[in-house]
Write a protein that binds this ligand. Structure first.
Ligand code: NAD
Length: 434
């Protein structure tokens, strides 16, 4: 099938590459000419495991092309995906100007029947507005369908998630569009949930808000564990084995960040408000998340007393492991607070170092993990990269001025770290001095 992606960022590029891998003819469009030039040369602007091979392989086979032209996207794709940003506005509502602009552009170039699919995360009823917009600007009255097909991929394992999703959600206004979408996804073995437009849009916000809720639940529990002398990881293990609860997203830490959860939760609270419902439960989820970040920062400040003139070794800058995405990263937020209070920050991240430094110029980026410990008053783990477990911690301990270790992701074994001479503090597992 001929498929176009309008917006070739994390979602558009990865989805486009996966559709090409499934045998479709894909055109990825972006209005960032530099990005398109880079992609056309086989260079990938983001780090996502497995993506580079997929893009290069499919481009070489002629199944994946790049362009800056929406007109070309409309000409090429029977199915045209909108994968543009939907950033938050200061009041939490979603900025839909990119979606609206692309809808208008598509309408102007419509010559034959097309399925226009919204994959960006949007408030319920956006699809209806997209359909109205296309109808208004499509002056030749060409037939079209608007579909909502929300995306659930996780950055860091996006290729896997796209090829092996838990489910595919397709929200339609007419059966014809559902048939075309099912045909597009036919090579993927996953349950397909066909709904109306509004329900599909709600499924996305409801799912992300529920996942954020699970994280805030376990983070709130981590506070109880610290006070009660229990270990939150053991509590989570014991809870997660219950199939009604499940293990996923029961990992206590420094709060969720990233480009999706904070934005989608704020949007869903706002959407609910506009529909006349005060979603107090979700407001509390957001409040617990802020509190969790604050408490972790305060733990560090309490230990160091004054941050000015201190050196903090920071492990991790990406908002989570296996990605170079630093948008709304709690690690970066911490770094920024340390710097604001006058500390030096020596940081290491396996892939996000340069991107982070573009946002926070004062960061000192180390080339290897152990280096963050040189002359450090404390070391902080802020992203759950697996390789941090394998650092030469004994050597790092020797390089540090004082042995304070704050494990914001409960990545290390407290007893082992104490045996190495650290004063270890994780989340929800109490202070270990030895
Ligand atoms: P992104 O910023 O990485 O990519 C968006 C791309 O769209 C950019 O390359 C930008 O240059 C391009 N763009 C903007 N305006 C354009 C226009 N008028 N014409 C053509 N291209 C245009 O964003 P993303 O992370 O891919 O997110 C896209 C959408 O998918 C958002 O709604 C997001 O909430 C949703 N989503 C993201 C994830 C994720 O993990 N990143 C997961 C599920 C859903």
């Amino acid at each position: 099938m001929n498929v176009s992606m309008v917006g070739s960022g994390y979602v558009g590029l990865t989805t486009g590459a996966c559709f090409a891998e499934l045998g479709h003819q894909v055109l990825c469009v972006d209005n960032d000419a530099e990005k398109v030039a880079l992609l056309s040369r086989g260079e990938i602007p983001i780090y996502e495991p497995g993506l580079e091979e997929l893009v290069r392989g499919n481009a070489a086979k002629g199944r994946l092309r790049f362009s800056t032209s929406v007109a070309e996207a409309v000409d090429h794709g029977l199915v045209i995906f909108l994968t543009v940003p939907t950033p938050p506005q200061p009041d939490g509502s979603v900025d839909l100007r990119y979606v609206e602009k692309v809808a208008r552009e598509i309408a102007r170039h419509l010559r034959d029947y097309r399925v226009i699919v919204d994959k960006s995360t949007v408030p319920v009823r956006t699809g209806e507005k997209v359909a109205q917009t296309i109808a208004r600007y499509n002056t030749q009255g060409v037939d079209f369908d608007v579909v909502s097909n929300p995306e659930f991929l996780r950055e860091g394992c996006a290729v896997h998630d796209l090829l092996h999703p838990d489910r595919i959600v397709i929200g339609v206004q007419r059966p014809r569009a559902a048939e075309i979408m099912k045909e597009l996804y036919r090579p993927i073995a996953a349950p397909v949930v066909v709904t109306d437009l509004n329900s599909a849009e709600l499924i996305k916000h409801a799912s992300n808000s529920f996942l954020a809720l699970k994280i805030s639940y376990i983070n709130a529990l981590s506070q109880i564990c610290e006070r009660a002398g229990a270990d939150v990881d053991l509590v989570a293990e014991g809870m997660g084995l219950d199939q009604r609860i499940g293990k996923a997203f029961l990992k206590a830490g420094i709060g969720y960040g990233g480009s999706c959860f904070p934005k989608d939760l704020a949007a869903f609270i706002r959407i609910s408000e506009e529909l006349g419902y005060d979603f107090r439960l979700l407001k509390e989820v957001a409040a617990i998340n802020e509190e969790q970040k604050e408490r972790f920062f305060k733990k560090i400040r309490r230990a160091l007393w004054v941050l000015e003139e201190k050196t903090i070794g920071l492990l991790g800058l990406a908002f989570k492991a296996n990605t170079d995405d630093v948008r709304n990263s709690v690690a970066l937020e911490l770094a920024s607070r340390f710097l604001r209070e006058g500390a030096r920050v020596r940081a290491y991240d396996p892939v996000a170092g340069r991107k982070a430094q573009r946002v926070l110029r004062e960061l000192e980026i180390c080339e290897v993990g152990e280096e963050v410990a040189r002359g450090a008053d404390c070391v902080v783990i802020a992203t759950e990269w697996d390789e941090f477990r394998r650092l030469d911690w004994a050597r790092m301990r020797k390089w540090m001025i004082s042995p304070l270790l704050f494990d914001g992701r409960n990545l290390l074994d407290p007893a082992h770290m104490v045996a190495l001479g650290f004063q270890y503090e994780g989340v929800g597992r109490g202070l270990r001095i030895g």
